[in-house]
Design a protein around this ligand. Structure first.
Ligand code: ATP
Ligand code: MG
Length: 561
């Protein structure tokens, strides 16, 4: 329902128009073109959902294309990780796994044809000299002294560049366009540079590598892409995208720009994320605090939640910043439907039920998921000794505190009413144990005499509980826009990870599969970590309460960076 009433965004309308005019013979073919120089982040998910989503919607196709034209930063391991992430999000490129490096010969041949038609030349200026002669937004650039070489000389020099006769940086191939062009990208841009570097797929076959602007449009053209969706910073590159395709008289896809996804309190640049990994500020690309897809997965995010979020926020033409609370809210509504409920105590306080027969225990029915009847029930062991949360007891409680206190009665979830009669302390005055009595008549959580209690708390049986470790995560950065800082490392939140080593968990939690997510009642959603071996380790995916909304409200109400 909702999807049908949602207004169509500008890219959908663009394609609608092309389908009316028959511009691409009603074909829709998109691509997601990551450079394999790092792991994908949540920003990439926007592009993935958009490109694959548009293809699905119009009955078209979407390629996964690795834009591997820069051998220095690229690695095979990233290629694998990126494929795993796209699959995890639920998208399928079928047999259309493409690599820019597969087109190196063709890209070279195209360049040669540009040289032959007098539209490109070999330039002997150094990168520094090229930069200096580009001019500025106000002033035109200066033409290179090598601009008017003959076609024969250019063909010869370009061949020799390719054959490895010249050192790195000594020459480039440049398009011959216009050094006074108001768009700086059109001032004789570099097409090829010399780089004697090993490429993860083509080895040492090439020592010249194509520049992004040259390669990208031609890759789109070679693959028969119709709509080449890219982020806004490429708007200024569209003239050069078009110029190359027109100059070569080849099939011409349409580039369309959209606003990239920005999220508050995080960074979205593979370069910066890599720095966090390399300098050990996080445990790896998949650290659950990272905004990478592998980090989010390990944290307990679901593909559905991410896709729903992308659907909710839509596609914009202007840059904006999304609130993390919005992503969390999409996550919680998905987890609420799919996660079974369990009980775990993060900061245990021992409770002894003095009137419960010694040596006895029993199994009590507990509902697995109130949102999903098919999830059924399970049985939770109950006994004379229990653990409750330290927070759920106060010796001198204020009026609004409805949990346990001396002389007070509360409900133990799925179990009985208990009353606290005595507080046991150690020599330092720390509370070590509560002595309570239970009312056997209140089994299941209701009193036959109709008396009410205001609080319900969770618990586990001391005898049956398993030990567990819980990792609590807070935002990775202390400020809304860390990337805007001179040094984003300074903005890291020193308290982004808290490890609780002495948690007590109901036995069922030992059986949860790695990567499985459950709701710990009253505490939040938690995901079993791959580090779990002997130990049971859960990462907190998200608390039940809206932690981000609170943070972001504080920020809006005038708190500074
Ligand atoms: P990064 O700065 O993180 O390296 P990138 O744009 O250089 O990002 P690419 O591998 O080139 O990374 O990106 C692949 C595709 O993902 C591109 O089409 C790019 O526009 C898109 N993309 C990257 N970041 C975002 C974002 N935050 N929102 C939307 N699309 C994005
Ligand atoms: Mg890039």
């Amino acid at each position: 329902m909702e999807e049908q009433t949602k207004p169509r965004h500008f890219i959908q309308r663009f394609i609608d128009e092309d389908n009316v005019s028959g511009k691409f013979e009603n074909r829709v073919h998109t691509r997601f073109p990551p450079e394999p120089n790092g792991y994908l982040h949540i920003g990439h998910a926007k592009s993935i959902c958009l490109n694959f989503g548009i293809a699905d919607e119009f009955g078209g196709k979407c390629n996964l294309r690795f834009d591997d034209t820069n051998p220095i930063a690229e690695e095979e391991a990233y290629v694998k990780a990126i494929q795993a992430d796209v699959k995890w999000l639920g998208y399928d490129w079928e047999d259309r796994l493409c690599f820019a490096s597969d087109y190196f010969q063709q890209l070279y041949d195209y360049a040669l044809s540009l040289v032959s038609s007098g539209k490109a030349y070999v330039c002997d200026l150094s990168p520094e000299e090229i930069r200096k002669t580009r001019g500025s937004l106000k002033d035109p650039g200066n033409e290179s002294p090598f601009r008017n070489r003959s076609v024969e000389e250019n063909v010869d020099l370009f061949n020799r560049m390719k054959n490895g006769e010249f050192p790195d940086g000594s020459r480039t191939l440049r398009a011959k366009i216009d050094m006074a062009h108001p768009n700086m990208n059109m001032r004789d841009p570099v097409i090829y540079r010399i780089l004697h570097a090993h490429h993860h797929r083509t080895g040492n076959d090439w020592c010249i590598y194509p520049m992004y602007d040259w390669a990208h449009g031609l890759e789109d053209s070679i693959e028969g892409v119709t709509h080449s969706l890219c982020s806004l910073e490429f708007e200024d590159h569209r003239p050069i995208y078009d110029w190359y395709l027109d100059a070569l008289e080849v099939y011409h896809p349409q580039q369309i720009e959209f606003a990239r996804l920005n999220l508050s309190y995080t960074i979205m640049s593979k370069r910066l994320l890599k720095q966090l990994v390399d300098d050990n500020h996080v445990s790896g690309w998949d650290d659950p605090r990272m905004p990478t897809l592998s980090g989010l997965r390990r944290r307990g995010y679901t593909p559905k939640a991410i896709r729903n979020f992308m659907d909710d926020i839509g596609v914009a033409k202007r840059d904006n910043v999304m609130e993390m609370a919005k992503l969390e809210s999409a996550l919680k509504s998905d987890l609420n439907k799919r996660c079974e409920r369990r009980m775990a105590v993060l900061n245990p306080l021992k409770v002894v039920i003095t009137n419960y027969p010694e040596g006895n225990d029993e199994l009590l029915d507990a509902i697995n998921n109130p949102e999903d009847e098919t999830a059924g029930k399970r049985q939770v062991p109950f006994g004379r000794e229990l653990y409750i949360e330290q927070d759920d007891f106060m010796e001198d409680p204020p009026k609004k505190f409805f949990r346990l206190g001396p002389g007070r009665e509360v409900r133990l979830r799925y179990a009985y009413f208990i009353t606290c009669n005595e507080v046991v302390k150690d020599d330092n005055g720390n509370i070590t144990e509560l002595k309570c009595t239970y009312d056997p008549e209140t089994k299941g959580g209701n009193a036959p005499d109709g008396r009410k209690v205001k609080g319900t708390i969770h618990w586990v049986s001391a005898e049956h509980a398993i030990d567990g470790v819980v990792r609590l995560y807070d935002r990775l950065f202390r400020v809304p826009n860390p990337a805007s800082r001179d040094n984003f490392i300074d903005a890291l939140n020193p308290d982004s990870l808290t490890v609780l080593n002495d948690c007590k968990m109901e036995p069922e939690l030992g059986k949860v599969a790695i990567g499985g997510t459950v709701q710990f009642e009253r505490l939040g959603y938690f995901c079993k970590d791959p580090d779990s071996g002997e130990n049971t380790i859960f990462n907190r995916t998200v608390p039940l309460r809206d932690s981000w909304a609170k943070i972001e409200k504080q920020m809006l109400s005038g708190q500074k960076n």
